[in-house]
Design a binder for this molecule. Structure first.
Ligand code: N2P
Length: 366
């Protein structure tokens, strides 16, 4: 026979449960991520598992994210800046430290990548790697053959940076990523300078590489270039590894006869890391941690990587990756290729002004 106290406790427990599930149903997390960077079913899976709704916005440049974060009140709970931007944003105080007690899946992460990320986030206190990749050349095999000759091998930055090549590619369309920190690191490296140089003279010399090919460039774009490449509207681009592989997959799916290839040029290129971090003024901190913890589940991040064809920073996920992804050196570069990759550090305010000035001149063609 139930006592009054037992009945009271039972009903109190039910009220608590009801309140908990109501709170669960009302939870929300505002996520700001790069475009073409997730399998949307991952977001649905998260909501199914936790009851937390995801409001998901996308961007295609670190500068856009930075402007919002520095202004404050972005409304985002999770954002995904690249290493050098993360580093200076941590300095600027725009992020909060992660509460690692809420991130048990940290144990799945890849120590090598955490170590590389620690260059930007000492002690891995503010961020967790989402994906990483390289910035290389994506091209339309047939159109480049037609423009540069059947024997032309696209294995060097010469393919795009030599004005005589760029001139021949003009009519089929060249795109350059609108990501100046990366494009300058690449052009400075190409002319034999330190890709991480912040010297005005080096930046100007790096800018000259683009000035010389400027008349032959069709677009400066970092998102719709994926479809442009897949549709045959451009034939060569400086682009991000997974974006180019997605363009290739889209062309194959459309059966439009466009064959796309991605190369990491022999002179080397930038290896970057995009990372999950929580703004200091985030309103849904609990949910933000739940979201980041969910993305660190091996099966979840493997699903995301299989879809977007970017490498991730989760060691435990590797056994769950599709062979075509994990064994593809364009996604997970082999040790030999990794030796040719470099990283870059953040620009200081003065250096950034020089970079902005030169990049604007290039884009406007003046
Ligand atoms: C996804 C682009 C992510 C790479 N479209 C940029 N760091």
């Amino acid at each position: 026979m139930k006592t009054d106290l037992m009945r009271f406790l039972a009903s109190a427990a039910m009220v608590t449960l009801a309140m908990a599930s109501a709170a669960k149903a009302e939870g929300v997390v505002h996520v700001y991520n790069w475009s073409d960077y997730i399998d949307e079913s991952v977001l649905e899976d998260f909501t199914k598992e936790t009851g937390i709704k995801v409001v998901y916005d996308v961007f295609d440049s670190n500068e856009i994210v930075e402007t919002k974060l520095l202004a404050g009140g972005s409304g985002y709970d999770v954002v995904v800046p690249t290493g050098p931007f993360l580093a200076r944003q941590i300095q600027a105080g725009v992020f909060q430290k992660l509460d690692k007690s809420k991130l048990p899946n940290l144990s799945n992460m890849w120590p090598d990548i955490m170590e590389r990320l620690a260059k930007y986030d000492p002690g891995n206190e503010y961020a967790v790697n989402y994906m990483w990749g390289t910035t290389g050349i994506g091209y339309n095999v047939e159109k480049v053959k037609a423009a540069l000759g059947a024997d032309f091998k696209v294995d060097s930055w010469d393919a795009i940076f030599k004005p005589e090549n760029a001139e021949k590619l003009k009519s089929c369309g060249i795109n350059i990523l609108d990501a100046s920190d990366e494009t300058f690191a690449i052009s400075m490296n190409y002319i034999g300078k330190d890709p991480d140089s912040k010297e005005t003279a080096d930046l100007e010399a790096g800018g000259d590489v683009y000035m010389k090919i400027r008349p032959f460039v069709k677009t400066f774009n970092s998102s719709s270039y994926i479809d442009d490449l897949a549709n045959g509207d451009i034939c060569m681009t400086i682009g991000w590894s997974g974006d180019i592989l997605q363009a290739k997959a889209r062309a194959e799916e459309a059966k439009n006869g466009v064959e796309i290839n991605y190369v990491i040029p022999k002179e080397g290129t930038y290896m970057w890391f995009d990372n999950l971090a929580i703004p200091a003024d985030a309103k849904n901190v609990e949910e933000a941690h739940a979201f980041i913890n969910f993305l660190m589940k091996p099966e979840v991040i493997a699903k995301a990587s299989n879809y977007v064809q970017y490498a991730n920073g989760n060691l435990a996920s590797q056994a769950l990756l599709d062979e075509e992804v994990f064994k593809n050196p364009s996604v997970y570069p082999d040790a030999e290729t990794v030796k040719k990759l470099f990283t870059i550090s953040p620009y200081g305010p003065k250096e950034q002004r020089v970079l902005n000035r030169v990049w604007t001149q290039i884009k406007t063609g003046n």
